[in-house]
Design a protein around this ligand. Structure first.
Ligand code: NAP
Length: 495
């Protein structure tokens, strides 16, 4: 595609599609063709402030609507997402590179987020509590926080937007959304549908631009009541520092390093299928991807030989084609990072059993072969750092307890996988694996009613579930005196 085909998209501030205060634009590049497909404004700090102001003005009116009316808008948004499924999926694949069938699933999931959180319209419940004073009533309310800054990554450019917008809206908040600079188009298209659903002007705003500028401004502003960000642990740490000025509330969904344990008594055929999906889904660019396999020593050789054979059969190619299992990585820099892990492993004397390079059949596009590496130590960078690409290190374990210990030996604690039919092992995994999610004899993705949350450096707070929803609300306690004769509370020591 030549430069003439490059279109320009705008930001959405105060209910208008605008170019913002700066003149600069950013290219959105298709990872398959390596060509720019669209440009978007490089938003500025001023744009971020304008979006926050709009959100702040629109929020009180939205919060006054009965929750059921807010839910009605959300159901409409979900409906529009489903109606535009093909268009949204094709935009997603063209900017992110995942196969079209995965994009369709992601778009379905985005609609489901709006439907699921709309169900809470009648269930944002507080408490009425007994008081120590017989003529007093205590009420705890869950109020909107106000303005939510939602910062999203590129690996699920549609679902991550929905995962933040939906709980924010049902609880009566306004939103300023900043999507990843790699993949702003899915977010723009979704916000277009939000507009089409008729939500009040200024309630949902979208500012494109870098995290270090627009994102930083959103996180440091006093107008922002909550920052909900999904992304890398490094960026999460910076956001936490920035928000600390005003002790800002945070939900941070960060990096992972999921262990994938296969025990000798597991259903091998099923475990193999799951192992391939868990690592190579979205070309390995998923926070819950299997990132290190721990195999029982007695089955390791056989399991690995089948795993390599099945991985070899994955069809890499144009993500728009129905026959493609594996598309390109999102960017050349992400591919470079994964390649550095492979170089490191080779220099350390590990054995690359499969892949390790760029496929010759794809001269264009940021493709990287699915790569399986054996002979890796627990201390290696391959086991300790997040590898956000199609590369998996394999380790051998002698006992199930050892597998749990090694799984827990990580700075990350997001998802984990265990394949065994032994009930004792299952219960050990449930209680002893210190990760926010444990999948037993199955792979993800997570469901909406589950709390998506991370131990250690995988995050703060949660998303999804009633627990995630509550983080979009502010608790308030009211003490109401209803005595016939006003007087001092009976515990008051002075007359
Ligand atoms: P990233 O580089 O951390 O970026 C995520 C978002 O944060 C982008 O919109 C980015 O903006 C913005 N950002 C970066 N620095 C910022 C700052 N100082 N202040 C405010 N905003 C800032 O992550 P990514 O590469 O897009 O996504 C991959 C990462 O996300 C992986 O580590 C993966 O594990 C994690 N992830 C976690 C989950 C989960 O649920 N736990 C789900 C999906 C992905 P720009 O990039 O536009 O500058």
């Amino acid at each position: 595609m030549g430069p003439a085909a490059v279109r320009h998209e705008r930001m959405f501030i105060g209910g208008d599609w605008v170019d913002g205060s700066g003149r600069e634009t950013m290219d959105v590049v298709n990872p398959t063709s390596e060509n720019a497909i669209e440009t978007v404004p490089r938003g500025t700090r001023e744009d971020a402030r304008a979006a926050l102001d709009s959100a702040q003005q629109a929020q009180p009116g939205w919060a006054e609507l009965p929750p059921l009316q807010r839910a009605a808008y959300m159901i409409k948004i979900a409906h529009l997402i489903r109606e535009n499924r093909e268009k949204l999926a094709s935009i997603l694949t063209s900017e992110q590179g995942k196969p079209l069938f995965e994009s369709r699933l992601e778009v379905d999931g985005s609609a489901a987020h709006f439907e699921y959180f709309a169900e809470f319209a009648r269930r944002i419940e507080g408490d009425v509590l007994p008081s120590d004073n017989p003529k007093q009533t205590i009420m705890i309310l869950k109020l909107p926080i106000g303005v939510v800054a939602a910062i999203t990554p590129w690996n699920f450019p549609s679902a991550m937007v929905a995962r933040k917008l939906a709980p924010a809206l049902i609880t009566g908040n306004a939103v300023v959304l900043k999507p990843s600079s790699n993949t702003p188009l899915s977010a723009i298209e979704m916000v277009r549908l939000v507009e089409q659903a008729g939500v009040p002007k200024g309630l949902v705003n979208l500012v494109t631009g870098s995290g270090s500028d627009v994102g930083d401004e959103l996180c440091g502003s006093k107008v922002t009541g909550l920052v909900t960000m999904t992304g890398s642990t490094d960026a999460g740490r910076k956001i936490m520092q920035r928000a600390s000025n005003q002790l800002g509330k945070l939900i941070l969904e960060l990096g992972g390093k999921a262990p994938f344990i296969v025990w000798k008594d597991a259903d091998m055929e099923w475990a193999l299928k799951c192992a391939v999906w868990a690592r190579f889904w979205n070309c390995g660019q998923t926070c819950i991807s299997s990132e290190r396999m721990y195999l029982d020593g007695s089955i390791k050789a056989k399991f690995l030989s089948h795993f390599v054979k099945m991985t070899k059969e994955l069809r890499m190619g144009d993500p728009m084609a129905a026959s493609t299992d594996l598309g390109p990585m999102v960017s050349s820099s992400e591919r470079d990072t994964s390649e550095r892990f492979i170089d490191f492993a080779e220099r350390a004397g590990s054995k690359v059993l499969l892949g390790g390079g760029r496929p010759t059949k794809q001269p264009k596009g940021w493709y990287l072969e699915p790569t399986v590496i054996d002979g890796v130590s627990q201390e290696s960078e391959l086991v300790q750092k997040e590898i956000f690409g199609p590369v998996v290190p394999v380790l051998e374990v002698e006992t199930f307890d050892e597998a749990i210990d090694l799984a827990n030996d990580s700075a990350y604690g997001l998802a984990s996988y265990v394949f065994t039919r032994d009930n004792v092992n299952v219960m050990k995994a449930v209680h002893k694996i210190r990760f926010g999610e444990t999948y037993v004899n199955q792979v993800g993705p997570e469901q909406l009613q589950g709390a998506h949350t991370g131990f250690r450096m995988s995050g703060v707070g949660a998303e999804g579930s009633k627990y995630g929803l509550e983080l979009y609300t502010q608790l308030k306690t009211c003490y109401i005196d209803w005595s016939d004769e006003p007087g001092l509370p009976y515990l008051f020591p002075y007359k």
